[in-house]
Design a protein around this ligand. Structure first.
Ligand SMILES: [Zn+2]
Length: 408
């Protein structure tokens, strides 16, 4: 396989997580006696442009089925993040009723609703019908499709070129990252702004966040790599911010190559930091698997110990990252009794591969588990607050990443 960006032959494996079903392929009861499709989950690294990428195996459409269950609005901290971002952009860019804001992967309208409220024209692009339908109910126009250069041209033909194009947690999910980037360039006004947020691969490596690896996630990005991709398509990254979301993300600010905006020193500063962290050194990537295997072994040992003591362990958060962790570690319902989630779309279903059943929160109060394994560690504080009552029966929280930790 060749690098999706620079076409160099990929010879180096970053991590091989074996085989797994798509992490959002939740199962109904009657799916349990049907075969389940497993895809290889092997991640390569390009030793020329350092793009960390999933090995090819299936098309994107198969992974984002119409009952795809992730609704952005289920996380209250993410909603606040979106609201603050919208406020800042409206002010910085003087957006008004003559502007155009496009969000790629607009999901259930969690972000664009903040612009609609201020009467700023918007357009959402969202391939998942179930989430797009929710956004449409909020009066947000949505094109139900994948974003691409072709779609960018369609937007231009409809005279909807954007002052601002937003892509939160979509850039890493795109199979053809060059084509997507050309689409950004096509749909952007000459003085327009692009902001993209994506998990920073530097944190993935530093903080052992291997559970953020799943099929839907095609790339794991550094500023250096994004900078290269932008340059190759006539765009320029002129500013970058570090964000705490998703365990450490970047928000990059892009514009046309010849835009008047000057490069902020944040760009060169972070490029240096990445270089010092070894992101342009092959060994950094090749050593990752040892860190990951330690987490897997520590988690399994702990769960077996608890089982032998007769303790009850359950999990919270039926999110994609939980599935990667549980599947790679081979954890099944014999070690983790059940998982609890807020999303009504998931309750009653089963996690892919592990077939652990998903319940609503009431089940925690009923069962009074000794340990609650928090799977989405990126919203750990929020979950601990929400479930603080487990202290009533001396229940404890547990996280596996970046290392196994019991929280009293
Ligand atoms: Zn490459």
């Amino acid at each position: 396989m060749k690098c999706r960006h620079c076409k160099t032959l990929l010879k180096n494996t970053f991590i091989d997580l074996g085989y797994a079903p798509p992490s959002n392929a939740y199962l109904n009861e009657n799916d349990l006696n049907r075969p389940e499709i497993y895809y290889p989950l092997k991640i390569k690294v390009c030793n020329k442009c350092w793009l960390v990428q999933t090995e090819d195996f299936a098309d994107a459409e198969a992974l984002f089925t119409s009952d795809y269950a992730y609704f952005s609005s289920t996380s209250s901290s993410w909603l606040l993040h979106a609201k603050e971002y919208a406020k800042k952009m409206i002010k910085d860019l003087n957006l008004n009723n003559k502007s155009m804001v496009i969000e790629v992967a607009s999901n259930d309208g969690y972000l664009l609703k903040n612009f609609i409220k201020e009467k700023i024209p918007c357009l959402g692009i969202e391939p998942t019908k179930s989430t797009a339908d929710v956004a449409k109910k909020l009066n947000i126009p949505v094109i139900v499709d994948f974003f691409s250069e072709t779609l960018g041209k369609k937007i231009v033909s409809e005279k909807k070129k954007a002052d601002l194009i937003i892509g939160n947690n979509v850039y890493a999910h795109v199979p053809d990252i060059n084509d997507f980037t050309r689409g950004l360039k096509t749909a952007l006004k000459s003085d327009g702004l692009i902001t993209l947020e994506f998990p920073h691969v530097m944190n993935l490596i530093k903080l052992n966040q291997f559970d953020t690896i799943y099929h839907e996630h095609f790339s794991y990005l550094s500023l250096d790599t994004v900078n290269r991709i932008f340059s190759s398509e006539g765009l320029r990254v002129w500013h970058v911010e570090k964000l705490a979301t998703h365990g450490g993300s970047l928000r990059i600010y892009g514009c046309h190559e010849n835009d008047k905006r000057k490069n902020n020193e944040s760009v060169i500063k972070l490029l240096n930091e990445e270089s010092n962290a070894g992101l342009q050194t092959l060994e950094t990537y090749l050593n990752f698997k040892d860190q990951v295997n330690k987490i897997k072994n520590d988690l399994i040992s702990f769960l077996i110990q608890q089982k032998n003591k007769g303790h009850k362990v359950i999990a919270y958060g039926a999110a994609a990252k939980g599935n990667t962790l549980l599947n790679y570690a081979g954890v099944r319902g014999d070690l983790v009794d059940f998982v609890v989630d807020k999303s009504s779309f998931k309750i009653g279903k089963y996690l892919p591969a592990s077939h652990i059943q998903i319940f609503n929160e009431e089940k925690i109060r009923k069962v009074r588990p000794d340990y609650v394994l928090i799977l989405p560690w990126n919203i750990q504080d929020e979950i601990q607050k929400q479930l603080s009552y487990i202290k009533d029966w001396n229940g404890k929280f547990l996280v596996a990443v970046p290392e196994l930790k019991i929280i009293n």
